[in-house]
Design a protein around this ligand. Structure first.
Ligand SMILES: [Zn+2]
Length: 308
């Protein structure tokens, strides 16, 4: 081999090595926070990667389609995912978080603990304090260190959920199921059936291009209705904070969306069918990253304008 050829081979080796090292740099970093809940230490995992200022939150560990998509997208596009880890005795992911306290067994829904009223609806009084401490610590991971404001450069938080397939349920159970239609108020026309969740919603946009009512975007303010409706998604808009100040458990149920409205934090939830929702929820993630990019450009141009 001539000297020049050896030089090229060595050079190519270093180029490949550099590419491999920078690819490794782009891998998300996982950190596990052990948060006390009763006698237990619950793992709350953060997957973080450079490239985008956005935080996803997956409270229900059994909703694996959304969880895996969030990991994939943070891996590819950057951002953060906060995951509450909860498994049953056989290691299978489960919705509820189980723990013991004072020698008794308890289980909580990790999306019903963020407001005082919500906890009074679904959490036993003797565990209220330990559950509140747990929820405050989770909020300090999702939000800025104070647990009350968005992190710098973020404009909203994004929750990720999957629901069970409404069409697979018995007719009676269907009316109590969480779908885009379940947020519609009873109509005088009787053509539309109203649902179990209308008490929380201000209104609903149903897209004629969406074939599954289990797939929808849930917003805490009307600001982005047009953005998501234009992309063909069903959109549910939550009531404003004043209308969520209620002792009724159907209105203030302690979910993160109600907490977000009451704390004036814009909140977007990506809901998709837990069996067939993969492709649709994937489109939702793409819409979120496009929105994050557009809002980032707006922030940068207003910074430039401010400096002029
Ligand atoms: Zn969920």
């Amino acid at each position: 081999m001539k000297t020049a050829q050896i030089f090229i081979v060595v050079l190519m080796f270093f180029i490949v090595l550099t590419l491999a090292v920078s690819a490794a740099d782009a891998a998300p970093v996982k950190t596990t926070h052990k948060i006390k809940l009763g006698d237990a230490q619950i793992n709350v995992n953060i997957y973080e990667n450079a490239g985008a200022s956005v935080t996803f939150f997956a409270p229900h560990h059994n909703e694996q389609i959304g969880l895996n998509l969030a990991k994939d997208y943070v891996n590819r596009n950057g951002g953060r995912l906060i995951e509450i880890e909860s498994t049953d005795e056989r290691g299978r992911p489960q919705r509820y978080v189980k723990f013991t306290f004072g020698g008794k067994n308890y289980s909580i829904d990790p999306n019903r603990i963020y407001t005082d009223n919500g906890r009074s609806c679904s959490v036993a009084p003797e565990i209220n304090e330990t559950v509140k401490n747990f929820s405050d610590k989770v909020l300090k991971l999702i939000l800025d260190a104070d647990g009350k404001n968005l992190r710098p450069n973020e404009r909203f938080i994004v929750a990720v959920h999957n629901n069970t397939d409404v069409s697979a349920k018995a007719e009676k159970a269907q009316s109590a199921d969480l779908t885009a239609v379940s947020f519609i108020k009873a109509q005088s026309t009787k053509n539309i059936t109203h649902g179990a969740f209308e008490a929380q919603a201000d209104g609903v946009f149903l897209s004629n291009t969406e074939t599954d009512e289990d797939n929808f975007i849930f917003l805490s303010t009307p600001a982005h209705i047009g953005y998501f409706a234009e992309k063909g998604f069903n959109v549910v808009v939550q009531k404003p904070a004043v209308k969520l100040q209620s002792k009724q458990c159907t209105i203030d149920d302690g979910s993160l969306s109600v907490f977000a409205a009451q704390t004036a934090i814009p909140y977007i939830c990506l809901e998709a069918d837990g069996v067939s929702g993969y492709a649709r929820q994937s489109r939702m993630f793409e819409a979120i990253y496009a929105l994050v990019q557009a809002e980032q450009k707006q922030i940068e141009s207003s910074n430039v304008a401010a400096r002029k």
